[in-house]
Design a protein around this ligand. Structure first.
Ligand SMILES: Cc1cc2nc3c(=O)[nH]c(=O)nc-3n(C[C@H](O)[C@H](O)[C@H](O)COP(=O)(O)O)c2cc1C
Length: 327
């Protein structure tokens, strides 16, 4: 069951899964901006088994987001397989992704996410159980980091074990768990892993420009790249990178005013969707997003404290209006 988006020398650009960020509205915006493949925010396998209805909202998607993967985390092979079955039957994603990279204590404390890198046989058992359960119904992929810490780099062994378990692709974030998001992603290690397996490896970590995407394509063996934080600040990176890959030209960044329009449109869509509840709850969820966009817009620095408290769409509209003259 090959993943069609890797066929014919395509080099897909993935939107990285980001809890609290890659909600359905943001995924729609990234799809419009040129993202090829996307992965939902993660959902706990135990949460799916105990309260699927409550956890469902993390993995909702629209048909236009396809090809799309739903990501789960867990530490028990049977439970992961049972949760994967519930998700696939209910949602029919294009692939089911297993998280073995999340560094946050809430996940690691339950032996999920990156703590699986300390127990590769368990990671392999989880992957094999999910692959067996889903059979031909849905391909399985995995996302890993390169190891728990600098003393225990295990990605080369992990990718072989995951390939043996039957996963169809592996995304590698080139950092250890200890690094969290600091230091630099190790693309040499990603490349080494990509060369050692027959399945596609997607490189992830510190891709921020079209040139970074091109470099990964030309100089490493990855079959695609995954973009996280840079997409959060600038979703138009997808289109700019694709143009560069296609014909060597990079379209200009949107102007300041176009970025302001984008911020407002994202906010309007989020409020109208009701995904986060009422307007105040939505604006609370949007604050970090607005601050991320604002980084790339002239004149927004003095607004940062107000943006971090903004509580309605109209307030945001008023706040941004004076900036129009600056761009
Ligand atoms: C706010 C945030 C939430 C994240 N949530 C997830 C997640 O749910 N699942 C996952 O596999 N990785 C998650 N990640 C990691 C990203 O998918 C990605 O691996 C990481 O940000 C490195 O890529 P980048 O340098 O392009 O940002 C998250 C990262 C951030 C910044």
């Amino acid at each position: 069951m090959a993943l069609s988006w890797f066929e014919h020398q395509q080099f897909p650009l993935y939107l990285a899964p980001m809890a609290g960020v890659t909600d359905p509205i943001f995924r729609t915006l990234c799809k419009e901006a040129g993202a090829d493949v996307m992965v939902t925010e993660f959902v706990s396998a135990e949460g799916v088994l105990q309260a699927w209805q409550r956890n469902h909202r993390y993995v909702e998607f629209e048909q236009q987001h396809r090809p799309l993967g739903i990501q789960i985390f867990g530490s028990n092979p049977e439970h992961a397989a049972a949760a994967a079955r519930i998700i696939v039957d209910a949602m029919q994603p294009d692939f089911l992704d297993i998280n073995a990279g999340c560094p946050v204590p809430k996940v690691v404390g339950k032996n999920g996410g990156s703590s699986l890198l300390k127990d590769l046989p368990l990671l392999q058992r989880i992957a094999a159980a999910v692959v067996k359960e889903l059979g031909d119904d849905c391909p399985v992929t995995t996302k890993i980091r390169i190891g728990w810490d600098a003393q225990s780099i295990c990605a080369p062994e992990a990718v072989l074990r995951l390939q043996d378990a039957g996963v169809q692709a592996i995304a590698i974030h080139g950092r250890t768990r200890s690094q969290q998001y600091g230091g630099k992603a190790d693309w040499e290690m990603i490349d080494t892993c990509a060369r050692s397996v027959q399945i596609p490896v997607i490189g992830n970590g510190d891709i921020t420009t079209p040139q970074d995407v091109q470099r990964a394509k030309e100089h490493t063996a990855v079959a695609g790249v995954m973009i996280g934080r840079a997409a959060m600040n600038a979703p138009w990176l997808f289109a700019r990178a694709k143009s560069y890959l296609r014909n060597g030209t990079i379209p200009p960044e949107p102007t300041g005013n176009e970025k302001l329009d984008f911020m407002l449109r994202h906010t309007r869509m989020a409020v109208d969707s009701g995904h986060y509840g009422n307007e105040l709850l939505t604006m609370r969820a949007m604050r970090a997003r607005l601050l991320a966009y604002a980084k790339g817009i002239p004149g927004t620095k003095p607004l940062r404290p107000a943006l971090s408290r903004v509580s309605s769409y109209d307030e945001l509209l008023e706040m941004l209006a004076p900036l129009r003259a600056l761009s």
